[in-house]
Design a protein around this ligand. Structure first.
Ligand SMILES: [Zn+2]
Length: 130
């Protein structure tokens, strides 16, 4: 069930709100508040038939389980990017699982992949070649 009492996120900002893991959405809402930066979700939970985007390999399971989003970072200033990452670090230990953070940057794509993996034992900063 998608929560209706969030400070920032609305159900309409997600393509598959019904597949999102509620504690992760609540945590991400807190991150958004601390960062005080506009969040645009470009990818959230993936349903059975949804294809994985090309590139990037191991991180798809969190999208499949409603525990990851991609945030558009193309329009953030350098200081806004800093605030988002700082908020993620500050709140990492409150996440429902270990945080998975990956800045994706290429000529055609610029986003921040953020997830929380309940099966992981450490927070992870990923770098992938897109
Ligand atoms: Zn992602």
């Amino acid at each position: 069930m998608f929560p209706t009492d969030l400070d920032y996120f609305a159900l309409t900002e997600f393509r598959h709100p019904e597949l999102m893991y509620e504690p992760f959405v609540r945590w991400l809402d807190k991150v958004r508040g601390v960062a005080a930066v506009a969040f645009v979700i470009t990818d959230d939970a993936r349903a059975e038939g949804d294809p994985n985007p090309t590139g990037s390999a191991g991180k798809h399971s969190l999208h499949r389980r409603g525990r990851a989003v991609d945030l558009r970072s193309r329009n953030w200033t350098a200081s806004e990017k800093w605030r988002v990452v700082a908020a993620i670090f500050d709140l990492a230990d409150l996440a429902p699982g270990k945080v998975e953070l990956e800045p994706v940057y290429s000529a055609t794509d610029e986003h921040l992949h953020v997830g929380a993996d309940e099966t992981a034992t450490e927070h992870r900063f990923l770098q992938a070649l897109e």
